[in-house]
Design a protein around this ligand. Structure first.
Ligand code: ZN
Length: 354
């Protein structure tokens, strides 16, 4: 895949619109209106909103992708919009033909429409859908489970956003994209299913390292007995978790969206064309995610009669139907081992919390 040409298309030809942090089902329907996309209603959410699917291709290898199981994590949905635009409006016919002929892709953009509307992680009943794979309390989890059992995909992509606190271990770079091949047990056994999953991640990481070197992390593979990815992986569906994260000054996640799209396209193309899913070992060369970032650090501030460092973190709230970032005090003390996306040395001047 000639990623340089694809980036050129993305930046120069594709009439991409900024969307911001919130995407509701209504937003999605209106954005996709300009494309020849057939949205099929799969189920209803707890609050009776439609959960849609989009089907692409007619190949033998089946891939299931879902986004926004956490309602306020919209970068995956933006990348799906980009993917649909790529398939419909670009001239990369070789790649497109491979995807259409080798794969049948079922996409559920916005699995949690009520959370998307309220801009919350959980669904309207306060259920974290990513911890509901066993109990299946929420209608949205039942919906995903039914699709999994009916469609029986070979591969799944579970698209999330991660917070701005993560860096790539050993660097001052934010973890702009992080991957995980979820574990199937507490021993984190390297099953054949996990190895296959890892080999797809290896192919995506190779591309990203050329575009955003040392900005890719590997999420902890600690086993979560009730998590979706872990349970799907355990059931033999090769499940790839992608966490879109922070990139310099990209608080609206309009830049990482491009990298997420590129990773997803590469993952799909790899699944469509590779003869072997055995190259999994380089997965372990991807550095771990670490938690060394705050949004803002004021160094050497006079605060409560002491010279110390002050860290602040943005919290996101829906105010009059728009997402507002509000800086809140997060930590006070010696933060010399931490990095701020924005830093200022107050050199002993007083820090006022407004
Ligand atoms: Zn999430």
């Amino acid at each position: 895949m000639d990623f340089k040409e694809i980036i050129k298309w993305y930046e120069n030809t594709y009439l991409r619109k900024n969307i911001g942090l919130q995407i509701t089902v209504e937003n999605l329907v209106s954005i996709l209106n300009v494309y020849n996309v057939n949205l099929k209603e799969l189920c209803k959410s707890e609050n009776n909103k439609p959960i849609y699917s989009i089907k692409i291709g007619s190949g033998n290898k089946k891939v299931l992708i879902w986004t926004q199981m956490h309602g306020n994590e919209s970068t995956g949905t933006k990348s799906i919009i980009d993917l649909l635009a790529f398939l419909e409006t670009s001239n990369f016919n070789f790649i497109k033909t491979k995807l259409f002929e080798e794969l049948t892709i079922l996409i559920i953009p916005i699995l949690n429409p009520d959370g998307a509307e309220a801009y919350t992680r959980d669904n309207i009943l306060g259920v974290d859908l990513n911890r509901d794979a066993v109990d299946l309390i929420a209608k949205e989890s039942k919906c995903l489970n039914k699709i999994l059992n009916d469609f029986k995909p070979e591969f799944c992509f579970n698209l999330h956003d991660q917070r701005t606190i993560f860096n790539v271990e050993g660097t001052k770079n934010p973890a702009t994209i992080s991957f995980l091949a979820p574990s199937v047990n507490e021993e984190r056994t390297l099953t054949e299913s996990r190895k296959k999953t890892m080999s797809v991640i290896v192919s995506m990481n190779e591309i990203l390292q050329k575009v955003i070197p040392n900005h890719v992390g590997r999420y902890t593979d600690e086993f979560y007995p009730k998590a979706t990815g872990d349970n799907f992986q355990k059931a033999g569906y090769h499940t790839i978790l992608i966490e879109a994260g922070h990139y310099k000054n990209d608080y609206d996640r309009e830049v990482v969206r491009k990298f997420n799209f590129l990773a997803l396209l590469q993952g799909l193309f790899f699944i469509a064309t590779t003869k072997s899913f055995k190259n999994y070992l380089p997965y372990f060369d991807i550095p771990n995610n670490d938690k060394k970032f705050y949004d803002v650090i004021y160094r050497n501030a006079l605060y409560e009669n002491k010279i110390q460092d002050i860290a602040l973190q943005y919290k996101y709230k829906l105010v009059n139907n728009s997402v507002e970032k509000i800086l809140e005090l997060e930590k006070v003390g010696d933060l010399s081992n931490y990095y701020g996306h924005f830093e200022e040395n107050l050199s002993g001047n007083i820090f006022y919390l407004i």
